[in-house]
Design a protein around this ligand. Structure first.
Ligand SMILES: [Zn+2]
Length: 339
């Protein structure tokens, strides 16, 4: 049932909720601060029924309970970003109001979820609009809206837009666009035992060109800074990763922190479809006796990298597989073969 976005589970319970049966009455959270907020509209020529309920089901982990109703929801993320997403049948639009430190990134997340849902409806036509972010519009009043396509076109040519809130002030299209753009590079998290640092570094060196070229961002816990609360930083990056690479060795499985925290979290995100977990058998270990038997394991022959006569070839093919995984993830190419 969950796969069809018809219902979602309340975290930590066995209770399921079907969003289309939620109460009709709006239950908005009153305190989304308007200063600095982004307003975003998706205007449909024809709006299919059930978009918002599916969005609610897909983003259910972020629902700020009890602020959810049949045509809208308040979402909240751990860093405190808050969004209100509402559906308006009469005006054929979905309206997003969002504020908080990560508003650009979370807006991109909501839009991506929505556009993924669009795939089920062929030939859907819509326009996207965004609020002006000039000083006057930040204060509220008669906020000017810009069509996203026009904004992008003007920004590309270094042109200005005209804000109609007050005295037809000119504002650089680039500045407005900058207020909502979020560069969403795939994020790779490397989980490894510190005793295998050298092997981890070999792999990092191999994938460095892709990192340099901006294909993806890589994080491992050597990026921790003095003063960071390490556990919190690790979990934050683990939760934000699109791809989680596990450097499988016996030390990896012997580490209690990795086994109990990183591994179980990674598997959970993999099962929820939020992240892709890839295991690289670096040295001999009993990975097949662990919950990892369900994930993609490299090298394909499962011969430990350390024992491989051509170690660099294995790292290289692992890098390639990760790249392919990300491309599939981003929908750039179809899955090879299969059905
Ligand atoms: Zn303005």
């Amino acid at each position: 049932m969950q796969h069809f976005d018809l219902c979602y589970r309340i975290e930590g319970t066995n209770e399921y909720i079907a969003p289309q049966l939620l109460p009709i009455e709006e239950n908005k959270l009153a305190d989304i601060p308007s200063a600095g907020a982004i307003m975003f509209w998706v205007d449909y020529t024809f709006m299919p029924a059930g978009l918002i309920t599916r969005l609610i089901a897909r983003m259910s982990r972020h629902i700020r309970a009890p602020h959810v109703w049949r045509t809208g929801v308040t979402l909240e993320w751990e860093e405190g970003t808050i969004a209100e997403v509402t559906e308006h049948q009469l005006t054929h639009e979905i309206v997003i109001r969002i504020n908080g430190v990560e508003r650009k990134r979370r807006l991109a997340e909501i839009r991506k979820t929505l556009y993924d849902l669009h795939e089920d409806f062929r030939g859907l036509k819509f326009e996207e609009l965004v609020s002006c972010n000039c000083v006057d519009c930040q204060k509220g009043g008669n906020v000017t809206t810009f069509e996203l396509l026009e904004l992008e076109d003007n920004a590309a040519h270094g042109d200005e837009m005209i804000c109609r809130n007050g005295n037809r002030k000119r504002i650089a299209a680039r500045d407005v666009l900058e207020g909502i753009s979020y560069e969403d590079k795939p994020r790779i998290f490397i989980s490894y035992a510190h005793r295998n640092e050298e092997l981890k570094n070999e792999f990092r060196t191999m994938i460095r060109p892709m990192e340099k070229e901006g294909h993806w961002k890589v994080w491992d816990d050597r990026w921790l800074l003095p003063g960071d609360i390490w556990n919190r930083e690790i979990l934050k990056h683990l939760d934000e990763a699109n791809v989680i690479v596990l450097m499988l060795t016996k030390e990896f499985f012997a580490s209690e922190y990795i086994y109990d925290v990183e591994l179980s979290r990674a598997i959970k995100r993999h099962e929820q479809g939020d992240a892709m977990v890839i295991g690289i058998v670096v040295s001999d270990c009993l990975w097949e006796k662990t919950p990892l038997c369900k994930i993609l394991i490299l090298p394909k022959d499962a011969l430990a990298v350390e024992k491989h006569p051509h170690k660099d070839e294995v790292w290289k093919s692992a890098a390639k597989t990760i790249e392919e995984t990300i491309n599939i993830w981003q929908g750039k190419q179809g899955r090879k073969g299969g059905w």
